[in-house]
Design a protein around this ligand. Structure first.
Ligand SMILES: [Zn+2]
Length: 343
């Protein structure tokens, strides 16, 4: 899932996302709540209509951003008080309020409000954080079930269209805490399950270990989502392990800094060696950037600080990421065909 923090996957227009085959994008509750405001978006018919994205949207709970505001926040059992990074104004987020904001935005998938445990965290800290996450998961889901029909696009005649709520497994880097959390969330019967609190600075082997230990605990017949990963080889590895959904700002953020992911590895387009390189960014990629432009041109745009630079780099990186996932899906589909399994 490309990440559209402020109602835009940075530098990439919606029609281009469609052409790239993106089926779902992420919106950030914290940012959209502060600006333009969830009630303004509700009045305009919801985020789909506001940003002209007639496809699936997932919103995060806002928790991750709020907890990133280290000095600007105060946590209690009830919720989190924080100061806006925009104007310093004071706000209070509870699980109920987070769900209200996500419903006002009109998300297809809402995330339970959780506390993302930082890394490193000692066991006591991870246990305390998990206690909050599990209590907040219960409150998020109860509030969601009572109010999900309030999404701006709800049509009582079309019953198949339903907003969903996913629970988030936390537990720091302690596998027994993760197991305990997964079991409790499954008992609550969420529509899908996410593994959160990863990619927070821990070594990659630890990320892998946490996914490998947690994933088999989660129901296979519901979406399993690993939040905030990763590099191209990681997302392929996790998808092959059975992860259904992932989101990451990396393809677009790296693109804006001139880092391209290619079939030949990482390519820093700023390097002087590409100054007169007439090859496409990735000779094996057939995205609309690689079909049309050279490395030399992309380097020139970057060197000149041209806005088109971020756009073209992002389009290629998104095409590369979405291409990986398509190949994984195709190979799973043909493995199923060959096994003679129905459908
Ligand atoms: Zn390309």
């Amino acid at each position: 899932m490309p990440v559209g923090t402020q109602g835009t996957v940075k530098a990439v227009p919606q029609d281009t996302l469609e052409a790239l085959g993106a089926e779902i994008i992420l919106g950030n509750t914290y940012h959209l709540y502060l600006r333009p405001g969830h009630e303004a978006i509700r009045r305009m018919g919801g985020l789909h209509k506001f940003i002209s994205w007639p496809h699936a949207l997932l919103t995060d709970s806002g928790g991750f951003q709020v907890f990133s505001l280290n000095e600007l926040r105060k946590v209690t059992d009830d919720g989190v008080r924080f100061r806006s990074h925009l104007d310093g104004s004071s706000h209070f987020f509870t699980p109920e309020h987070s769900i209200d904001v996500q419903i006002a935005l009109g998300a297809d998938i809402c995330m339970a409000f959780d506390e993302c445990t930082e890394y490193p965290a000692d066991r006591r800290r991870a246990e305390e954080s998990l206690r909050l996450t599990m209590a907040w998961a219960r409150r998020s889901l109860d509030h969601f079930r009572a109010h999900s029909h309030e999404v701006p696009w709800f049509d009582p005649k079309v019953r198949c269209m339903q907003c969903q709520c996913f629970g988030i497994v936390q537990g720091g880097m302690y596998t027994d805490l993760r197991r305990q959390c997964a079991e409790r969330l499954i008992a609550m019967d969420f529509d899908g399950y996410a593994i959160g609190g990863l990619s927070v600075g821990e070594p990659r082997e630890l990320t892998l270990e946490m996914i490998a230990e947690t994933l088999p605990l989660l129901p296979k017949d519901k979406p399993r989502y690993v939040m905030g990963v990763g590099y191209p080889d990681e997302i392929e590895q996790y998808a092959r392990m059975g992860v259904d959904m992932m989101d990451c700002v990396l393809p677009t953020r790296a693109a804006r800094h001139g880092l391209l992911f290619t079939s030949e590895g990482r390519l820093n387009i700023k390097n002087k060696q590409y100054a007169e390189d007439q090859n496409p960014p990735d000779p094996l990629c057939d995205c609309l950037v690689c079909r049309r432009y050279s490395r030399a041109y992309l380097r020139h745009l970057m060197q000149s600080g041209e806005a088109l630079s971020g756009t073209l780099n992002s389009i290629h990186n998104l095409a590369f990421y979405l291409g990986i996932m398509k190949r994984v899906r195709d190979s799973l589909a043909s493995a199923l065909d060959n096994s003679g399994a129905p459908g």
